[in-house]
Design a protein around this ligand. Structure first.
Ligand code: HPA
Ligand code: ZN
Length: 334
């Protein structure tokens, strides 16, 4: 199973680039930028990665990204992720970035965008790994801040495929961002939103009805609401599920209690993703393997997860078919 998952062609659709910041690279970039970290060593930093909940993680996530200041910092971060994803046979990736996490600290939007973009293009050229970039609004900031961020993004529409919504969920429902998402849709951005990670099933419904998202990021809590599950199945709304994230942020108590197989059995279009792999103890193949082992997933189920990852991607029908043909060839050797 380990080698079957390792060689399986797949897409990754829920990945925060700032969440791929490995401690070793963080220390190296901090040194080159003359920025101190509140930990004396890589080991001390790693030891702090024991989270009570989403907010507890976000505090370290925002602290970590503070050392990213120059374009090469963002390029190095992104390139490190792409090499790692390529090793996991990720053929296509749709990555989130959090511009407000940078502009708030005085780092220009374009510094982050240019650095990330440069690495993404290099990934396509040198690794054959295609990608899309999704800009997330921080939902714990006011909608007016998201509006200003969208204004800036409009000048870079050629490089930003979609808009997402992340950060502290509870108390910041999708309805708070209804107007800015309407404007983003009018401008032609594809939309996704984190919903139902810590927040209730109602937030998932709001993301569909008010933000008109094409995918739900996480969506675990949708299972609390049977009618909502039926709708997600009927409308084939993909859920980008992140198993190891769910365990580390205590959204799910233990691997055997993870709802991934239940979601598959209900006919939901679920995908497996790594979210913030540097913080949660594993990249995408580690997520597949943890679920395979805990839930005794079959090879057919693993292939379904990979098939869903391409179907749910922001690719053209032709691009999806080309990826699926490669997957079918691989699965045909079962
Ligand atoms: N949830 C919400 N916001 C985030 C996450 C997450 O898992 N990772 C980075 N920002
Ligand atoms: Zn996420």
């Amino acid at each position: 199973m380990r080698s079957f998952i390792a060689c399986l062609p797949k897409a990754e659709l829920h990945l925060h680039i700032e969440g791929t910041f490995e401690p070793e690279l963080m220390f190296a970039i901090a040194k080159r930028n003359n920025i101190g970290l509140p930990y004396d060593s890589v080991e001390a930093l790693k030891a702090a990665y024991d989270f009570a909940d989403l907010q507890d993680f976000l505090n370290l996530y925002y602290q970590g990204m503070k050392v990213l200041r120059e374009e090469p910092d963002f390029a190095d971060l992104t390139w490190a992720y792409l090499k790692r994803a390529h090793a996991d046979n990720v053929r296509h990736t749709e990555i989130f970035f959090d511009p407000q996490g940078h502009t708030q600290r005085g780092v220009p939007f374009e510094t982050a965008l240019n650095g990330i973009w440069r690495a993404l293009k290099k990934g396509e050229r040198e690794l054959g790994l295609t990608s899309k970039l999704i800009m997330c609004f921080l939902r714990d900031l006011p909608e007016a801040d998201a509006e200003r961020t969208l204004d800036t993004a409009l000048a870079h529409k050629d490089r930003i495929a979609g808009i997402g919504l992340d950060s502290a969920e509870v108390g910041h429902p999708p309805s708070k961002f209804e107007r800015v998402f309407a404007r983003a849709r009018d401008a032609g951005f594809l939309c996704v939103a984190h919903a139902g990670e810590e927040g209730p099933a109602d937030y998932v419904r709001e993301a569909l009805d008010l933000l008109h998202v094409a995918r739900i990021d996480h969506g675990n809590r949708a299972l609390d609401d049977e009618d909502l599950v039926a709708r997600l199945v009927r409308e084939r709304v993909p859920l980008t599920v992140c198993p190891l994230s769910n365990l580390r942020l205590r959204v799910v108590a233990e691997a055997k209690a993870h709802p991934l197989k239940t979601m598959l059995d209900k006919g939901l279009v679920v995908t497996v993703n790594s979210d913030d792999p540097a913080y949660f103890g594993g990249y995408v193949n580690d997520n597949y393997l943890a679920m395979q082992e805990a839930l005794s997933l079959t090879k057919e189920e693993i292939v379904t997860l990979a098939r869903n990852s391409f179907e749910a991607a922001f690719l053209s029908r032709e691009e999806k078919n080309a990826q699926l043909a490669r997957l079918d060839t691989y699965a045909g050797a079962l």
